[in-house]
Design a protein around this ligand. Structure first.
Ligand SMILES: [Zn+2]
Length: 381
């Protein structure tokens, strides 16, 4: 199985699956979805490619187990981030235990693990049903996972009892991750000659009050009780724009910030923070106008530490759980009522030029999940 696992990672990395919305090098996930689809076809497992839009595709497969109503959802994303600055991103380079290449760690190794689990359980009876899912676009807007929630999940005979998302977690069971909200604040003023500021309304000066307030909020967040696995909620200004020339009083300025959210924080609390920023800018001297809104958001995820998750934890050999700072598609499955966790291999360099995954860790992940699934035999009987 070890050599097959490495072969699948090598094949997956060799297919360009750069997200086309993040880089001009991207071609969409059709080719890689096709490769995965053929793997399940060869095993005789019911499989389908779903076109989400254009060449953005998901692949799904369903292996019917002894208990067809107990379905375990497994998931991986097929897309990777860009390859700028990398020498040979689509060719695996082995250095000791490290397998270098774009997407090895985040998260084609996780996809290869699913393919190997299919090999194993295709040949013998499987106590539960396995829904193997591979989605596009996780690195951008998650159109693949949204499509899966709308089209594939409702087609199953029952709702999966658990979702395992094979993002890189250093072999820990990630039972929580943060969410995020994006905000935009626009200030409108009036342009004027730089030598006659009294004839205009400066849109840039009031930005300082927005930044000051955000800084205050951020400090307060770091003084709250930390989440046991995720620490503190944070925020940061990510984009700032304004003005047309140095000699002109700026007629417009915008500020965009991101707020990383924790499980349990309410929309009301978040709205209150936005209101605080808006009020600070509005009360600044001048006739400027202020427009602000939340432009995008993704929820955090927190699974209960119940016996099922403990069973997974035991199968992985971990003594405790973990939280992931990054957002993942698992939040969308959780929103659809499927308790979902993250579990994947160790490595380094997600979204960086020196990305690698640990070969021995990928093998451990495969064995852990194989044992977890096999153990249901004992649970059911
Ligand atoms: Zn990922």
């Amino acid at each position: 199985m070890q050599s097959k696992l490495i072969q699948y990672i090598t094949d997956l990395v060799a297919i360009n699956s750069v997200n086309p919305d993040l880089s001009t090098e991207g071609q969409g996930e059709r080719e890689i979805a096709q490769y995965v689809h053929e793997h399940f076809q060869k095993l005789g497992i019911d499989t389908k490619i779903d076109t989400v839009q254009g060449d953005r595709c998901n692949t799904t497969a369903l292996l019917n187990g002894e208990d067809s109503n107990q379905i375990l959802l497994m998931n991986g994303h097929l897309d990777t981030v860009g390859i700028e600055g990398m020498d040979d991103p689509f060719t695996i380079r082995k250095d000791g235990d490290r397998l270098y290449g774009r997407g090895t760690y985040d998260m084609l190794a996780g996809c290869a693990v699913q393919m190997c689990l299919a090999n194993y359980f295709a040949d013998q009876s499987c106590p539960i049903s396995l829904a193997f899912t591979f989605v596009c676009d996780e690195e951008n807007k998650s159109i693949g996972m949204e499509h899966l929630v709308k089209s594939f999940l409702p087609s199953l005979s029952s709702k999966p009892f658990l979702g395992i998302f094979m993002e890189p977690t250093e072999e820990k069971v990630g039972i929580s991750h943060k969410g995020y909200n994006w905000y935009e604040l626009k200030i409108k003023g009036l342009a004027a000659h730089g030598s006659r500021p009294e004839q205009g309304v400066n849109a840039i000066f009031p930005l300082q009050y927005a930044l000051e307030t955000l800084d205050d909020i951020n400090k307060k967040l770091s003084e709250k009780e930390p989440h046991p696995y995720l620490g503190y909620a944070t925020l940061h200004p990510g984009l700032i724009n304004g003005g047309t020339a140095q000699s002109v009083i700026a007629a417009e300025a915008t500020l965009n910030w991101e707020r990383r959210t924790l499980p349990g924080e309410t929309q009301k609390e978040l709205d209150q923070e936005l209101k605080q920023v808006v009020e600070a800018v509005e009360s600044a001297t001048g006739d400027h106008q202020v427009f602000a809104k939340q432009v995008y958001s993704r929820p955090p995820n927190q699974s209960k530490e119940d016996p099922l998750i403990r069973m997974l934890q035991e199968a992985t050999g971990n003594e405790s759980y973990s939280g992931m700072s990054y957002w993942a598609d698992s939040a969308l499955a959780a929103q659809a009522g499927i308790p979902s966790v993250l579990f994947g291999p160790a490595g380094h360099g997600a979204h960086a030029i020196d990305e690698w995954v640990s070969e021995s860790s990928v093998i451990n992940c495969y064995k852990s999940l194989r044992n977890f699934i096999s153990n249901f035999q004992i649970t059911i009987s």
